[in-house]
Design a protein. Structure first.
Length: 550
């Protein structure tokens, strides 16, 4: 099925939901943690969908071998949760267990021998070509997608550009669906030392490239920490993407010599292109080179701000080396939002070294930087990662199994009460509700292994982000308050060219960009970089990607 057909089907599903909404009973919305959302059409339609309880009592339960979950522990088939699922959907769920640490090795052996579950987790879309060639995955047809209107409506809402499932295609057919991540839909934020801004005479957090530049020169030259030494810098590696965003795109995941690396794609005239070769990146590089020469950027930025520990923390920011940091989400920086609650991981790490910290007075979150042409945005992982789930050819042999799997997906996406029961369990036994309406998981179920054993979260086929928000309103109210613009990752299908050239292109791009920023190469060398990048496989990759998506 072509992507254009998926878009039209999504619209059709949305219209179907709208037509059903008027007579449906209320079903709330949410699935992870942001602010409460009004009742959605998708939620209303869920109550109109015939649920398994309404089926004939004498119908035999459908046996389903299930591997579409995070296998942190082996679900107990006798647990209250699993029995609830079986009764609700008239199924007999048989959970495969494969240790996450040895997933690829153990599953690979089973699949190679023809042993497969009926529905399975796909840990990365890069595996789809091999799974299809081995006869493991079946296609999601238009008829199948029509059975999950709530999921399709959520898809339309959180993927308006129709790019979230692009890497789930192979040879024009869709083989993977994904769970929508509400946190991933929020851009990363810029967190500032507001006390430094005050110390250098700046009374508001910068929002434009001109204001940002002024603050960076002051952080470098005007002793913002008041120690009488010229030992501070404006920023380091985690803010560089926000500067590129001010010029219209983000070229790669991060600017440091270690850690993971990804080249980002962008849309140009309805085609997928590499962001790193777009002409506006040259303008951004010229700005960064100037700032580096003037000492605004930490000269050790290639080693990264994070020196160890939790991935989102910045020791350079905590220790007063730089005055603004990026990369983390606002929820990593929230102060305690309720009495007795802890703050986000980055906030707690910062106050451990700076105990007199006061939110807004010492540190605060600012907007993405707006560039000379009004563009802005920080990195956003996006509502869709590279992981998802698919139905196997074995499962597809029995239409009743496919029907049941899709019923479960639809319930997770459109029925708040079921989603809450599936994710959190029974109130009082597995979770409590605090004064704000947030759902608080009880011990020991806040441990992933114990949660999996109890059957919590093991049917998460199509989570509704609005449900997540409703389950934790304080956190998502905070995230919405500080939400700014962002550039989401565009996911593309694996191609033969990308398998051949992409790793070398990542190294080539990072090396060139760092050399231009540090002045080792001229800004004009960018033009030669673009030519070589395309000659060394970049053009071949985007040609294959666009061919597959059209």
């Amino acid at each position: 099925m072509k992507r254009t057909k998926l878009l039209s089907l999504t619209l059709t599903a949305a219209l179907l939901i709208t037509s059903l909404a008027g007579c449906g009973s209320k079903a709330p919305a949410g699935t992870e943690t942001p602010p409460p959302a009004p009742e959605t059409d998708a939620a209303a339609s869920a109550s109109e969908t015939a649920m398994p309880e309404e089926m004939a009592e004498d119908e035999e339960p459908i046996h389903i071998e299930w591997l579409a979950y995070d296998s942190y522990g082996q679900p107990d088939l006798t647990s209250e949760q699993i029995q609830y699922y079986n009764e609700k959907f008239n199924v007999d769920l048989d959970f495969w267990y494969i240790d996450s640490e040895n997933w690829d090795e153990v599953l690979g052996v089973k699949l190679a021998t023809g042993d497969m579950p009926d529905v399975m987790r796909i840990r990365t879309s890069a595996n789809i070509p091999n799974y299809v060639k081995q006869g493991i995955l079946t296609e999601f047809t238009d008829d199948m997608l029509a059975q999950i209107p709530s999921y399709m409506a959520n898809l339309k809402k959180y993927d308006p550009d129709d790019v979230g499932l692009t890497d789930g295609y192979y040879n024009g057919k869709l083989y993977m669906l994904k769970t929508i991540s509400v946190n991933g839909s929020y851009p990363t934020v810029l967190t500032w030392r507001t006390d430094w801004l005050k110390n250098v005479g700046i009374d508001k957090i910068p929002s434009t490239i001109e204001e940002f530049e002024k603050a960076m020169y002051a952080f470098k030259n005007d002793d913002p920490d008041g120690n009488g030494k010229n030992d501070t810098f404006g920023f380091s590696n985690t803010v560089i993407n926000a500067v590129f965003g001010a010029y219209g795109a983000i070229p790669m995941k991060e600017f440091r010599g270690n850690g993971s690396q990804s080249l980002f794609y962008t849309k140009v005239d309805d085609n997928i292109e590499f962001a790193c070769v777009q002409p506006e990146m040259k303008e951004a590089l010229a700005t960064l080179q100037k700032w580096y020469k003037d000492g605004l950027i930490d000269p050790e930025f290639v080693t990264g701000e994070n020196k160890g520990g939790y991935w989102a923390t910045s020791q350079d920011f905590e220790n007063g080396k730089v005055g603004v940091t990026g990369m983390a989400l606002s929820t990593h920086w929230n102060p305690p939002l309720a009495e007795g609650a802890a703050g986000g991981a980055c906030y707690e790490s910062f106050i451990a070294l700076n105990p007199d910290t006061k939110w807004e007075e010492t540190i605060d979150i600012g907007p993405a930087i707006t560039g000379p042409e009004g563009k802005s945005g920080t990195h956003c992982w996006g509502a869709f990662g590279t992981e998802g789930w698919g139905i196997t050819t074995k499962g597809a042999e029995d239409p009743k199994k496919v029907e049941k799997i899709l019923q479960i997906c639809e319930a997770v996406a459109g029925d708040f009460d079921f989603w809450k029961r599936m994710s959190y369990g029974v109130e009082g036994e597995h979770f409590t509700v605090d004064e704000s309406g947030s759902l608080i998981v009880k011990e020991p179920y806040n441990e992933t292994t114990e949660a999996a054993k109890a059957g919590l979260g093991v049917l998460k086929l199509g989570a509704n982000p609005d449900f997540v928000k409703e389950s934790n309103p304080l956190v998502y109210d905070f995230m919405d308050k500080y939400r700014s613009t962002g550039y989401s990752d565009i996911l593309v299908p694996q191609t033969e060219a990308s398998a051949m050239y992409l790793e070398d292109l990542k190294t080539f791009t990072l090396d060139t960009y760092i050399k231009i920023i540090t002045g080792e190469q001229s800004v004009d060398s960018f033009d030669d970089f673009v030519t070589k990048f395309n000659e060394q496989g970049g053009q071949a990759i985007v040609d294959e990607v666009n061919s597959m998506l059209k």
